[in-house]
Design a binder for this molecule. Structure first.
Ligand SMILES: Nc1ncnc2c1ncn2[C@@H]1O[C@H](COP(=O)(O)OP(=O)(O)OP(=O)(O)O)[C@@H](O)[C@H]1O
Ligand SMILES: [Mg+2]
Length: 310
């Protein structure tokens, strides 16, 4: 069994953690962790609230510096605004009230185009159309965000992440507040786009089951520890008991997997919260210097690199 996910591979891993410790507020979120994510992998990122899923993504973006160890993206040390990474932050429900048209919203995330499509250059406009096609979002592009369903907005957020051809997507809780039907279509969409482009995806979620058919490996976080491997390697009583710090049973029923602590299903129980209670206006390109791929909804995060999205 290989829980660190080290696989011999010719190409540079898309993401590499070497003995990484992440700390926030003097507390270790992740301790001495080494792992590799390879190009073209779909990784489901799981773990209880506060396990560090968002923090890990922010560390990969260079927004949370590693207390020790090294993080590399495509063989290079992390840097802010890395064009190889597309990021969908966890906080985004404020988008629901925005009247901006879908196409302009996608264009807002393009580097250097703060005022949306009318002023974007031809190259940016072509890229916007390309990513809209990738997500099947042409029909949505003419409509205001406020008239789209949560699942439809997710499509456009995914389109934003794809601007500029990133090799790694960090999607933080794309399924939050979607019903099971829309969850399924978002997972399928991401899987299709990921395979078509041959890129790697870190997709965090509260529940494993919606991702089961899409993921290549699971990255499970808990108690400062990370386990990366196949579902059969990671989703086991012994591994999860270590991550949760209490006895965990894993039950498989009709192709679904239930992670239980006693008679409580931990994944369900842990994650009832809604995203974004801040009430900030996250929309618009407000010019905090983020590049494309680091799109709407994390301006407060990119200012000081320490605030939390939740
Ligand atoms: N700026 C900060 N200062 C101190 N602690 C922080 C800060 N931001 C986050 N934390 C803490 O770090 C831990 C990891 O948070 P993180 O948001 O990464 O967890 P998560 O796995 O994404 O959780 P969720 O499932 O709720 O999204 C939490 O205990 C959180 O309270
Ligand atoms: Mg989170």
């Amino acid at each position: 069994m290989n829980l660190t996910g080290r696989t011999p591979q010719g190409a540079a891993p898309v993401l590499e953690l070497e003995d990484v410790t992440l700390e926030l507020g003097g507390r270790a979120i992740l301790r001495n962790t080494s792992l590799q994510v390879n190009q073209g992998e779909f990784i489901g990122v799981l773990g209880p609230n506060g396990a560090g899923k968002t923090t890990l993504m922010r560390a990969v973006l260079g927004l949370v510096p590693a207390a020790s160890g090294t993080i590399r993206v495509l063989g290079q040390p992390v840097m802010r605004g890395n064009p190889s990474i597309g990021y969908m932050p966890q906080t985004r429900s404020a988008l629901a009230g925005r009247r901006v048209r879908g196409r302009d919203f996608v264009a807002m995330a393009a580097d250097g185009h703060r005022w949306g499509l009318p002023h974007a250059d031809a190259k940016t406009r072509a890229d916007v159309e390309r990513v809209l096609d990738l997500v099947g979002g042409r029909a949505l592009a003419a409509r205001p965000l406020s008239e789209l369903s949560g699942g439809e907005r997710q499509r456009l957020l995914l389109a934003q992440c794809l601007l500029g051809n990133p090799q790694l997507l960090l999607l933080d809780e794309p399924l939050i507040s979607l019903d099971p039907h829309h969850q399924k279509s978002v997972v399928e969409l991401v899987r299709n786009v990921q395979q078509e482009l041959g890129i790697a995806v870190l997709f965090s979620a509260h529940e494993l089951n919606p991702l089961l058919h899409a993921l290549d490996r699971v990255l499970y976080l808990g108690s400062g520890v990370a386990a990366l491997g196949t579902v059969d390697e990671v989703i086991t009583g012994p591994v999860l008991s270590r991550l949760y710090g209490s006895p965990i049973d894993v039950m498989r029923v009709k192709g679904r997997i239930f992670v239980m602590s006693g008679d409580v299903e931990v994944e369900k129980h842990d994650h009832e919260h809604e995203d974004d209670a801040h009430g900030h206006d996250h929309g618009g390109a407000s010019g905090h210097g983020h590049s494309h791929g680091h799109s709407q909804g994390h301006h407060h995060a990119s200012r000081d690199g320490h605030t939390n999205d939740v």
